[in-house]
Design a binder for this molecule. Structure first.
Ligand code: SF4
Length: 380
């Protein structure tokens, strides 16, 4: 049987936003105060249902939606409930996602008061035209103010999310966003290609012929030049889309890429436990009924075979730029990775789509990272 560590990571989903972005397909909604308040009550009840899993938690990540769209009173209620149930002395990384417009000094002081030590800001761009296309309602000054407020409140560990690959995008356009991010000296940058997900406003506009998708080669060019640019400015490229100043790599997200167990609470929250991938139901009425009946409703409950667990170990591990530790694979599954995936690995190595490093990591070469999905698919 595979060996997993105790649960060290907790994700908390807040499905509320003050504004809906054109590209977003997450589970989120705009809601009234009473609806938000009810949700927080149930979230705390779900936390109570899962108390037995909380004793070794080392990272907490409050995501969404936009958690900071909750007013300070509700946020405080949630933070207190967390603090009463989890030993924060053991928690190394306590993150929250934020909209720059929410981060006034009262909010950032509140975050610091409750020991949040990492804030991930949904910036996406510093350019007004790009922000308008993405349906974001902030501007560059709002981001600068938000970062100043965080720092003045004592929170130094800041991530910003950026999006490239808009129609007619080029590296020289995107570079302006990267330059501004570097100038702001944020510790961590996540840079994602725009994806046209079904059921989003952008997808509908695209289907109506209002714009064309960016050519894949241009996207790849932006991606590889981004990697070089950020490396030149001191950012360690440690996962396909993530870059950090050394020592600021996200501990929480590494739990996912290291394929360890983790817990989640909240509607649509996904977690991995006892060889099973769970996703909570993404419907508030059913989510509340499940908690009332002491029997959570799932959108997905998928028990993994040992072979599936191994495939996931490889696929997630290859997301890391340092690659997958083959010795760790052997320790975890009591089997060499070559016994299980030898033919696939040899084929990919021969095609120069995988390399074996001196320290026995299998990794995707840097110049193939943009096509990593097609490489990972081979292990499914
Ligand atoms: S991208 Fe973030 S802020 Fe925008 S609608 Fe989606 S969850 Fe809300």
């Amino acid at each position: 049987m595979a060996k997993f560590k105790e649960i060290e990571a907790l994700y908390i989903h807040i499905p509320f936003c003050n504004n809906i972005c054109t590209y977003c397909d997450f589970y989120k909604m705009m809601a009234r105060q009473d609806a938000k308040s009810k949700y927080i009550d149930y979230l705390i009840r779900e936390l109570d249902l899962k108390l037995k899993y909380l004793s070794s938690i080392k990272t907490i990540y409050i995501g969404g939606g936009t958690p900071t769209s909750l007013d300070n009173e509700l946020l405080e209620k949630l933070f207190k409930a967390i603090e009463e149930r989890i030993n924060l002395n053991k928690v190394k990384e306590y993150s929250i996602e934020a909209n720059p417009l929410d981060l006034d000094i009262n909010k950032t002081n509140l975050l610091n008061k409750y020991h949040i030590n990492r804030v991930s800001i949904g910036v996406q761009s510093f350019n007004d035209a790009r922000l308008k296309f993405l349906g974001r309602n902030h501007n560059m000054l709002d981001v600068i103010n938000a970062i100043n407020n965080l720092r003045n409140s004592g929170i130094e560990n800041i991530n910003i999310d950026l999006i490239y690959g808009l129609p007619d995008d080029t590296f020289s356009k995107f570079k302006k966003d990267l330059k501004q991010a570097v100038r702001l000296k944020v510790n961590h940058i996540s840079s994602y290609a725009l994806i046209l997900e079904e059921h989003t406003m952008l997808y509908n506009l695209f289907k109506e012929g209002k714009f064309s998708e960016l050519d894949g080669d241009i996207q790849a060019n932006i991606y590889y030049k981004t990697n070089k640019y950020l490396a030149k400015h001191g950012y360690n490229h440690y996962e396909i889309s993530n870059y950090a100043i050394n020592g600021y790599e996200s501990i929480h997200n590494l739990t996912y890429w290291n394929n360890e167990y983790y817990l989640a609470i909240g509607a649509s929250g996904s977690y991995y436990l006892d060889n099973t991938r769970y996703t909570n139901i993404n419907n508030l009425k059913k989510y509340y009924e499940g908690i009332d009946n002491n029997h959570l409703e799932y959108l997905e409950e998928n028990k993994l075979s040992t072979k599936d667990q191994m495939a996931e170990e490889v696929i997630l591990g290859l997301r890391k730029v340092e690659g997958l530790d083959t010795n760790r694979f052997k320790d975890k599954f009591d089997k060499s990775i070559y016994e299980v995936f030898g033919d696939i690995i040899n084929d990919l190595v021969n095609k120069k789509l995988l390399v074996l490093t001196k320290n026995n990591h299998l990794k995707i070469p840097k110049d193939k990272l943009f096509v990593s999905n097609s490489i990972m698919e081979r292990f499914i």
